[in-house]
Design a protein around this ligand. Structure first.
Ligand SMILES: Cc1cc2nc3c(=O)[nH]c(=O)nc-3n(C[C@H](O)[C@H](O)[C@H](O)COP(=O)(O)O)c2cc1C
Length: 358
């Protein structure tokens, strides 16, 4: 089991080819309304999109075992699970002897005695369905504080969205299969994915996440800072290899006079720019919180790759068959949003000082 949070605690369990995946969510107050239809809508955004995603599709029916009654939280631990219906492990047997480059096989064999590779085991993207269920419940909770979280695809492979984007673009991206902000970019990104797939290859990309409604001062300090907590949660998503807030790595090339976001007063205190991505000292500065998460290309590819035969201890080649996404990015967007909602819910419940003032 894998745990996130201190006041609102999300625990994740399961394996890609086990009977179930599932999770626990504890720490939310009693009587909170939970719309199960909204959970299903968000789960649908994680499903592979026909043509550009893996042919592995599962109904993702969520079963709530405790913590919810008549659409409201009881104050008890919420326990939910989703049955895995597509669990043919035969194509994965060979990876016990010839581990897949870029996947977790080799370190997992080294770490866990008797580890047998079945799908992606506990490392599988399949487990992110549970993160979306918990994240959707957290989203409904944080929305009562006027906080909304959205995301869109900033890039896939070499196709980049260089537009000046905001929260509305993130909302609009929900109707595009690649989660691009416009239809035109959606077609270009789709082509990038299909081209890689036709080459038995895969592509990565960048998801931009935008949160609006965070009040100034919301967050924490040092290891409890908003950015530290979000980085921890988002890096937990399989295949995430980078995160930057605001201009991020670009700030390193600027002077302070360019990078600082100047304050101004027009009825309230505002920032003239948002290079810091809405965070100062680990707390919200009142501007939208903006971060980007980079996802690597899907490791399982059809192209021939070098690996090692662990029985003979000699070099060999591997070609991976089976059901794999040529690009993880479109499906990971809702997962990034979900992790963000969970962190914000945790900070709302945990921030006694902020709560005493609000
Ligand atoms: C939504 C989602 C779907 C994924 N689908 C696949 C897949 O079909 N094939 C694959 O090899 N990896 C897939 N991954 C990525 C692997 O789970 C991940 O690369 C692997 O566990 C190694 O972890 P790391 O990349 O974080 O080091 C997926 C990840 C996510 C978030």
């Amino acid at each position: 089991m894998y745990r996130l949070g201190e006041s609102v605690i999300f625990t994740l369990y399961g394996e890609s080819h086990a009977q179930y995946i599932g999770g626990f969510l504890e720490g939310l107050p009693e009587g909170e309304e939970v719309n199960v239809g909204q959970i299903d809508e968000e789960l649908a955004l994680r499903k592979p999109y026909k043509g550009i995603g893996t042919p592995r599709t599962e109904p993702d029916e969520v079963e709530f075992l405790s913590g919810l009654e008549d659409g409201r939280t009881t104050g008890e631990k919420i326990h939910f699970r989703i049955r895995n219906t597509n669990t043919d492990s035969s194509k994965y047997e060979a990876f016990n002897r010839t581990p897949r480059p870029g996947h977790a096989d080799l370190p997992a064999i080294a770490k866990f005695p008797g580890h047998i590779i079945k799908g992606g085991n506990q490392f599988s993207g399949r487990l992110t369905a549970s993160a979306v269920v918990a994240g959707s419940i957290a989203r409904q909770f944080v929305s009562r504080y006027g906080i909304s979280v959205g995301s869109f695809t900033r890039s896939i492979g070499r196709v980049r969205d260089d537009g000046d984007r905001g929260f509305d673009d993130a909302v609009a991206s929900r109707s595009n299969p690649t989660r691009a902000s416009t239809k035109e970019l959606d077609s270009m990104m789709t082509k990038e994915i299909l081209d890689a797939s036709a080459d038995d290859d895969s592509v990565g990309g960048i998801i931009e996440c935008i949160t609006v409604g965070l009040p100034m001062g919301f967050g924490g300090t040092w290891f409890e800072s908003l950015d530290a907590r979000i980085a921890n949660a988002v890096f937990g998503i399989p295949a995430c290899k980078g995160i930057e807030f605001g201009k991020g790595f670009g700030l390193a090339e600027m002077r302070g006079s360019e990078s600082n976001d100047p304050f101004c007063f027009d009825g309230g205190i505002r920032l003239r720019s948002n290079n810091m991505g809405g965070i100062l000292g680990g707390m919200s500065d009142g501007a939208p919180m903006v971060f980007r998460a980079a996802f690597k290309p899907t490791p399982s590819i059809g192209k021939e790759q070098d690996t090692v035969d662990l029985e003979k201890m000699e070099n060999t080649k591997i070609r991976i068959e089976g059901r794999h996404d040529p690009c993880i990015v479109p499906r990971a967007a809702i997962v990034v949003e979900s992790m963000t909602c969970l962190v914000i819910a945790d900070q709302i419940r945990g921030d006694i000082l902020w709560n005493s003032k609000n």
